[in-house]
Design a protein around this ligand. Structure first.
Ligand code: PEP
Ligand code: MG
Length: 311
């Protein structure tokens, strides 16, 4: 049942034996959202709100944010959308959230860390998201980027709920957060794994530097072992855990991630159909066998080989 086969997909993420895994889109603009909806995404697993403001020199007003977010949410009325609060810093600097010069921006005050000093900026964004959710009719959840500890996750969830948004989650993209996945899941409603940054921080390898790209390979068994800890915590708590990094866009790795216990996969629109078809062609047991083979592999090449030619 593991042959690739033609890319047939009926639009619902599910294995051949009925195990549900949502296939979602990553978006950063209204055009992206329309493309994801046209590609058949069941919802949005990552809306990168900072992409709306890469050129902004001042903080956008609540009203401007409401309008920008509503334009992205509208194609997904009645469907789940995870909005990520501003992930400024390092590879995505925002002029109005620039920290003092830092020697190592990837390790500095970025993502949710900015909100600890300036919570009013987060609260204004949450107000705009709540208004846009109401306007659009999308089933909106909110998550924070760059969370390191369960205490940070709890702090964020409290502010999200106080803003009248029912579901609060966090990204797991720092190795410490993967190791604390159980405690973090106890503090929030869901988690989503950012494999791009999780790989960068696990391997101490800049995600933008071609010279170390082989270390940032999402098939690295050490990365998959960290992801397995998160899948296990999701099973124990019964709470959703997705993947929204580039790893989710690889149809064969999607099987591995499903076998590790993840419950949704979010990717660029171009990958949606192939990932949906890949899951539809195998059983949950096949996915678990693929996961075990990849976890036991010595390196990314061996992991790919083990999953392509199982047993
Ligand atoms: C990630 O880090 O994997 C992720 C999805 O977030 P971004 O690529 O926006 O940092
Ligand atoms: Mg990230």
């Amino acid at each position: 049942a593991t042959a690739g086969g033609p890319a047939e997909w009926n639009g619902t993420g599910v294995t051949a034996d009925g195990h549900r895994v949502k296939v979602l889109g990553n978006v950063g603009s209204a055009a992206d959202a329309r493309a994801a909806a046209d590609a058949g995404a069941e919802g949005v697993g990552l809306f990168r709100t900072e992409f709306c403001y890469l050129d902004a020199s001042t903080e956008p007003t609540v009203e401007a944010q409401r309008a920008a977010y509503a334009a992205v949410l509208t194609p997904f009325a009645g469907k789940p959308v995870i909005v990520r609060t501003l992930d400024a810093g390092a590879d995505k600097p925002l002029a109005f959230l620039a920290p003092d010069t830092e020697p190592n921006p990837a390790l500095g005050v970025r993502g949710l860390r900015i909100a600890f000093d300036r919570p009013e900026i987060l609260d204004r964004q949450l107000e705009a998201i709540a208004l846009a959710a109401r306007d659009s009719g999308a089933e909106v959840s909110v998550m924070a980027p760059m969370v390191a500890t369960a205490a940070e996750a709890a702090w964020f969830a409290e502010r999200v709920h106080a803003a009248g948004i029912a579901r609060a989650g966090v990204m797991i993209e720092i190795p410490a957060a993967a190791l604390a996945a159980r405690e973090i899941l106890d503090a929030v409603d869901f988690v989503s794994i950012g494999t791009n940054d999780l790989a960068q921080y696990t391997f101490a390898a800049d995600r933008q530097l071609g010279a170390v790209a082989a270390l940032n390979d999402p098939w690295q068994p050490a990365l998959l072992r960290l992801i397995a800890l998160i899948g296990k915590a999701a099973k124990e708590t019964g709470k959703p855990a997705g993947v929204c990094g580039e790893a989710a866009a690889d149809p064969r790795l999607a099987r591995v991630l499903t076998g590790l216990g993840l419950t949704s996969l979010s990717m660029n629109a171009a990958a949606v159909r192939a990932v949906g078809a890949s899951l539809a062609a195998v059983t949950r047991e096949d996915c678990e066998a693929a996961a075990n083979a990849a976890l036991a592999a010595a390196d990314p090449a061996a992991a790919r080989q083990a999953v392509t030619n199982p047993r």
